[in-house]
Ligand binder design. Structure first.
Ligand SMILES: Cc1cc2nc3c(=O)[nH]c(=O)nc-3n(C[C@H](O)[C@H](O)[C@H](O)COP(=O)(O)OP(=O)(O)OC[C@H]3O[C@@H](n4cnc5c(N)ncnc54)[C@H](O)[C@@H]3O)c2cc1C
Length: 380
């Protein structure tokens, strides 16, 4: 019997992993569930540890094809280029297309490398997104370390991501018995401005002790040759630059003809569908929930997952949709690459080996859950 409806998941992001792992619930309702993604799922929770040499890339990935096929859904390895919401047609980069009854968008975010003139086409400049870049960067640096080089690395952005990246670049050099030459640059007056001041001071002490040079009040305006130019005319020498200047919604949402916030993403209601189209759901970094200014963090996509799943099923059945309420506080743990981590939860913070133990446990469990879903194949 052919399926009555087609539901397409665009992007194997945090929210869609959950939906893919419950593909049988769509088949039970006589619907096809199709997931489209050009790549594997790369988990950001372990990403900086992978950069620092603590994890291999295989530990950081989930295979979305294996996951959804184990539960009776379909996988297409491709990139969605356009979503035409009038004809309900998705165009794929590989040339094919797909007609949907409902679509959900979970395509994540990007770093706007163009914000620093001269950076976009420079092969020595790396962006922290996609996460796979961090694996390639590690391979690149390890090859240079093995060749006896000690490249100077500048990380631009002193938020949680930039700080974690700098800490793990230092760890990677130390693993290779090389003195780290890492500079962390921020235009703010301190690191991790979102976190309590005490946590930022502890982070600064940790990084400084390990040889990371921290430059606050420093606004980078250009990449020229092997240096970065600052607004006040100084130069920072850097053979390699890592851009961690904040995340913006994937540009796919700009092409859909639906209301967006240019940086935050597709404007969605609490029911997680577009404010203008009830057939288009979205979650994670590419979505902007009306009335909230949520940081671009995987934890929100993870929490939205069950709502996207439930609301796609409810839409197929014509039932009322559930409303998602984001959590007010969330646990953030920064892996500092030296066996310790820095945890923050609202105004509270603590650091040390216990934080790292907890982060490793949470992140490995998250990935293990999905690997377990692949192992428990659906019986036809
Ligand atoms: C270095 C680093 C460390 C971080 N650490 C943490 C952390 O510890 N905890 C935390 O909560 N957050 C962390 N974040 C933030 C986190 O990465 C993001 O918030 C999270 O990845 C967003 O998840 P998502 O589900 O929106 O998208 P993603 O998980 O990024 O998935 C998007 C998917 O969409 C696919 N895709 C993209 N474009 C298309 C297209 N056109 N067609 C089809 N598929 C497409 C991609 O291939 C990808 O698989 C970190 C970010 C960085 C950069």
């Amino acid at each position: 019997m052919s399926a009555a409806h087609t539901v397409v998941l665009v992007g194997a992001g945090h929210a869609h992993l959950y939906v893919a792992a419950h593909a049988e619930t769509f088949i039970e309702r006589n619907a096809r569930l199709v997931l489209v993604d050009p790549d594997k799922f790369w988990y950001s929770g372990l990403a900086t540890g992978m950069l620092g040499g603590m994890y291999e890339f295989t530990t950081d990935q989930v295979d979305p094809r294996a996951l959804i096929e184990a539960h009776g859904g379909e996988f297409i390895q491709d990139r969605v280029e356009t979503v035409d919401t009038c004809t309900r047609r998705l165009c794929l980069a590989g040339g094919g297309d797909l007609i949907y009854d409902y679509v959900s968008i979970n395509v994540g975010s990007r770093v706007n490398v163009d914000a620093i003139p001269g950076a976009a086409h420079d092969p020595s400049v790396w962006s922290v997104k996609p996460i796979s870049n961090l694996w390639t960067l590690r391979e690149h640096l390890e090859a240079r370390f093995r060749a006896g080089e000690t490249p100077r690395v500048a990380v631009v952005g002193g938020g949680p991501t930039g700080s974690e990246v700098a800490a793990n670049l230092s760890a990677l050099a130390t693993r290779h018995a090389i003195d780290p030459r890492v500079t962390l640059v921020t235009q703010s007056d301190r690191l991790i401005v979102q976190a309590p001041a005490g946590a930022a001071r502890a982070l600064r002490r940790n990084l400084t002790r390990r040889g990371v040079v921290i430059r606050t009040h420093t606004h980078i305006v250009r990449r020229e040759g092997k240096s970065l130019s600052t607004e006040d005319g100084r130069r920072i020498d850097a053979d390699v630059v890592v851009m961690a200047i904040g995340l913006e919604a994937n540009s796919l949402v700009h092409e859909m003809g639906l209301p967006i916030h240019p940086k935050e993403g597709l404007r969605i209601k609490a029911t997680l569908h577009s404010i203008a189209d009830e057939r288009v759901f979205a979650g994670g970094d590419c979505a902007a929930l009306e009335g909230f200014d949520l940081p671009k963090l995987g934890v929100f996509g993870v929490r939205q997952a069950t709502y996207i799943h439930a609301n796609l099923l409810a839409s197929l059945e014509g039932k009322p949709l559930a409303e998602y309420q984001p959590q007010k506080r969330y646990l953030a743990i920064l892996n500092l690459g030296d066996g310790t981590a820095l945890s923050t939860w609202g105004p509270f913070w603590w650091n040390g080996r216990s934080s790292m133990w907890l982060k490793d446990l949470i992140d490995r469990r998250f990935l293990e859950d999905y690997r377990h879903h692949v192992g428990t194949r659906r019986k036809c």
